[in-house]
Design a protein around this ligand. Sequence first.
Ligand SMILES: C[S@@+](CC[C@H](N)C(=O)[O-])C[C@H]1O[C@@H](n2cnc3c(N)ncnc32)[C@H](O)[C@@H]1O
Length: 187
Amino acid sequence: MKKFLKTKNIKNILEIGCGPYCTLSISLKKLFPNIEFTALEIDKDKLKNAIKTRQKNKIKVDIFYSDLFSEVNKTYDIIFMNPPYIPSRFEKQIVDNSNPELNFKEWESGHSNEDGLEVINNLLKDSKNYLNDNGFFIMGINNYFISNFKLISLFKKFEFNLLEKFKKQKECIPKGNYSQVYTLNIK
Ligand SMILES: C[S@@+](CC[C@H](N)C(=O)[O-])C[C@H]1O[C@@H](n2cnc3c(N)ncnc32)[C@H](O)[C@@H]1O
């Protein structure tokens, strides 16, 4: 993301589902103070904590409650999200630790519906209405839970081009090259 922002003329960015520490938007704002950052979150406790974190960091990131785009009323050069994507069929092996490679923390922040695609589908369906011309949509997904094949077919269905796919550097659960970041634009 840092490399990407250095090479593009980006004026504003929206993060969906910023989580309790709003880590990504706050740390990127520190590196790119001239870009306007907006972050939203559906979970009210996480939202409260994200606002506290912003205050502690004394940084200008607009943070508010929204269910995906329900409270969004402008357009952005970049929209990004690490969406919840863990299919509910993984719940048992994650929560009771029958698969020690997975962990409970991952389940808490990342679980979705039966096939794991509910939020991803809605994001892809609606994000075009909130992207500026030549805007980018960026999404972090773990291919252990949602296959690359499935994602490519959704990008086609919702008329997005896949511009770039790269492996996240951070440790991935379970171990392996599953954690990917997809950068898309509108066809
Ligand atoms: C996998 S976590 C990512 C958290 C953080 N952005 C990060 O990368 O560490 C997904 C976040 O999206 C939020 N979320 C889930 N559904 C949402 C929705 N419909 N609208 C807004 N936020 C949502 C969850 O509450 C959670 O904080």
